[in-house]
Design a protein around this ligand. Structure first.
Ligand SMILES: Nc1ncnc2c1ncn2[C@@H]1O[C@H](COP(=O)(O)OP(=O)(O)OP(=O)(O)O)[C@@H](O)[C@H]1O
Ligand SMILES: [Mg+2]
Length: 322
């Protein structure tokens, strides 16, 4: 796999985004493609996407946990908000009573660091689960300070995995095999991918039910989406027929800037209802919360950023029906 190249064609309005969401379990196609909410009443206020805001109900409590939906948070472009979205969407889902497992699949360990874990000092990480040492997932699992949310941490050791896995049989399914034993315990497993489309990311896609693409609201971000779409389609055809594109969350949005509004309208034009109604605004509170080692939902619970990820969590729960 390669990363985006300069020769890559710009995404056009005619480009077909993945339409695999129909396989989404326990949800009607209407809910999926109707943006996950009730139809907007006449005269409803416009949301950041430029579409009328739809009311998404508060999620009902879950009676039974398990059979987790596995979601890869993926974009080969760096610094677009993958890790921030994984931490904060996870924390917001946990606030709604869902049991959540976050998987740090980036050797940088930013997800682990963002949750206050001293990852450099860890002996057991996701790396041990992938390279076939006789380590049980129980030994790697950590509780976070957020109730209902656990973590599989990583550190720089994981950078060796791409090479170590190359000669393994079924190398693309390694992460899926590792997660199998705990899937029954969680409602959502969110995988924070690294900014590349290499073997680790393919492992994430090969075991996921769906992909959420965090996209920085910036013109050049649009170009990489075609390549990512292509990769998701290839993995779906060759490795994982249940893989769907769940949605695109626009991050670092600034409604005051014409550029932001123009990029948003282009994304909505190309990807339609796959774009979440919720956009995440640009605010320094996200880096501040990471430094504090906490999700924004606990570090600054009443902030706009915390409310935005709660709104996104409502959409995710409503679309997935769990
Ligand atoms: N909505 C936002 N507003 C302002 N800053 C943000 C926002 N979201 C993320 N950031 C900051 O931008 C930087 C990159 O975010 P993040 O680490 O989540 O991106 P990433 O896609 O995971 O990056 P990488 O590709 O390196 O893994 C971080 O410093 C983060 O705190
Ligand atoms: Mg990251």
């Amino acid at each position: 796999m390669t990363t985006a190249s300069a020769a890559e064609p710009p995404i056009s309005a005619g480009a077909q985004p993945l339409t695999g969401t129909q396989s989404y379990p326990e949800a009607s196609a209407g809910a999926l493609w109707g943006n996950g909410g009730e139809p907007a009443p006449d005269g409803a206020a416009l949301g950041p996407t430029g579409r009328p805001l739809r009311a998404v109900p508060d999620p009902p409590p879950v009676e039974r946990h398990g059979d987790a939906l596995i979601v890869a948070m993926c974009n080969q472009k760096g610094g677009v908000g993958k890790t921030t979205s994984t931490i904060n969407l996870g924390a917001a889902l946990a606030e709604f009573g869902r049991r959540v497992l976050l998987v740090d699949l980036d050797p940088q360990g930013a997800l682990s660091a963002g949750l206050g874990v001293a990852h450099h000092d860890l002996d057991l990480t996701v790396h041990n689960l992938l390279i076939g040492s006789k380590v049980s997932i129980e030994d790697v699992l950590m509780e976070t300070r957020v109730e209902n949310m656990d973590l599989l941490p990583s550190n720089i050791d994981l950078s060796a995995a791409e090479i170590q896995l190359v000669n393994e049989v079924g190398r693309e399914q390694t992460l899926g095999r590792a997660l199998g034993p705990v899937r029954d315990r969680y409602d959502y497993i969110l995988i924070d991918c690294q900014p590349s489309l290499g073997l680790l990311t393919v492992n994430a896609l090969a075991c996921s039910d769906g992909v959420i693409i965090p996209m920085e609201c910036e013109y050049f971000s649009l170009r990489g989406l075609a390549l990512l779409n292509d990769t998701v389609e290839k993995v779906r055809d060759r490795l994982n027929p249940r893989l769907s594109l769940y949605g695109i969350v626009v991050t670092m949005f600034d409604a005051r800037l014409l550029h932001s509004r123009q990029v948003m309208s282009r994304v909505v034009e190309v990807f339609g209802d796959l774009v979440y109604d919720t956009a995440i605004s640009r605010t320094v509170r996200f880096p501040d919360a990471s430094v504090a080692g906490e999700p924004i939902t606990t570090w600054s619970p009443k902030s706009g950023g915390a409310e935005a990820y709660r709104a996104m969590a409502r959409e995710v729960i409503h679309r997935s029906g769990r």
